[in-house]
Design a protein around this ligand. Structure first.
Ligand code: PEP
Ligand code: MN
Length: 336
């Protein structure tokens, strides 16, 4: 049950919280769009909504049966818009985020940024802290990488997203990026989710390698319950028995998540396939399935990339992809 208050008066909120306690319900307060929402959880949470509706300061009470409450479509029927500087996720205009898997050098990142901007991308990506399977693989340029991200982002005037892998580096990273990425391997790193929830930066929350849609939405719930409602979900493929592809891109998740949640959702066809030949067709499919954006790995010279070269597009193929996406978007009354 979610109790929506039409006041921020601490007394009214306290009276509701006390009443919930009397009914053995736990109360969690969060402010959304200047309004206080009280999430009540417990065995009898669906009962007595009339009682709470009559209390002073209460606007309405919504009974939500799914375990995720604040991110649920039942709570908010309208699509949420998430702004990353001038870029908007969740509107008919579909933003494309592009850039290398990892920031390798100032030259590599600037060259890629200029090329993807010329092709029509609206935002940059680049990893400074890389979560690698092997401790012997390139781990990212860390602070030096963050500095390159900021400098280039300003040079080309495009917002930038980068991954945080550790709660201890969140505060530092905030100074350099416009959006924080929670990678697939950290989708259920609850300490990290709670840390990014305390910031006011938009969060790109990738789906875990083996996460169900419900687990993924519960991870988003952690961020929202912690006070940050600027969340964009990202489908990046899940592990299946198939070995020809790196992951299986679950495009079912796009219309499903849009039905279950008001949050915008984007598609990552690069990690979703692991193979540059499949990236363009699956990017097209992502837009056709209703995604609110794409994130694509692009490298000026993929054979020299320090990570994810096999799934990175050369700039020429990225330019071609952008042209093709425009046609798909137009067919569903959207634009790229
Ligand atoms: C990445 O974006 O480079 C990355 C590591 O993504 P994921 O967490 O989806 O594997
Ligand atoms: Mn990558």
């Amino acid at each position: 049950m979610i109790i929506m208050m039409n006041t921020t008066s601490p007394d009214s909120i306290q009276r509701v919280v006390e009443k919930l306690k009397q009914h053995s319900l736990d109360a969690y307060c969060v402010t959304s769009n200047g309004k206080t929402l009280i999430t009540a959880v417990g065995d009898s949470a669906a009962h007595d909504s009339d009682l709470y509706e009559r209390m002073s300061g209460v606007e309405k009470v919504v009974n939500i049966l799914t375990p995720f409450k604040l991110v649920s479509r039942e709570l908010k029927a309208d699509d949420s818009l998430v702004h990353v500087r001038h870029v908007v996720f969740g509107s008919p205009l579909i933003p494309v985020i592009a850039g290398p898997c990892a920031v390798e050098s100032p030259e590599q990142f600037l060259e890629t940024a200029q090329l993807v901007k010329a092709a029509g991308a609206s935002m940059l990506r680049g990893g400074a802290y890389k979560p690698r399977t092997s401790p012997y693989s390139f781990q990212g340029l860390e602070l030096e990488g963050l500095k390159i991200l900021r400098t280039v982002s300003e040079q080309v005037d495009m917002p930038v997203v980068s991954e945080v892998t550790d709660p201890r580096t969140v505060e530092l990273t905030l100074n350099y990026v416009d959006m924080l990425q929670i990678g697939a391997r950290n989708m259920q790193n609850f300490a990290l989710l709670k840390e990014v929830a305390k910031t006011d930066k938009p969060i790109l929350l990738k789906r875990g390698l083996s996460a169900t849609v419900e687990e993924w939405l519960m991870a988003a719930e952690y961020i929202m319950a912690g006070g940050n409602e600027k969340i964009v979900l990202c489908e990046r493929g899940i592990r299946t028995f198939e070995t020809y592809t790196r992951n299986t891109l679950d495009l079912n998740a796009i219309p499903l998540v849009k039905h279950l949640s008001h949050l915008p959702i984007i598609v990552d066809p690069s990690h979703g396939t692991g193979n540059w030949r499949l990236v363009t067709p699956m990017a097209r499919a992502g837009v056709a399935s209703g995604a609110d954006g794409l994130i694509v790995e692009v490298h000026p010279c993929p054979e020299e990339a320090v990570s994810d070269g096999p799934q990175s597009l050369i700039p020429q193929n990225f330019t071609q992809l952008m042209t093709e996406l425009s046609k798909i978007a137009a067919a569903i009354d959207r634009s790229v």
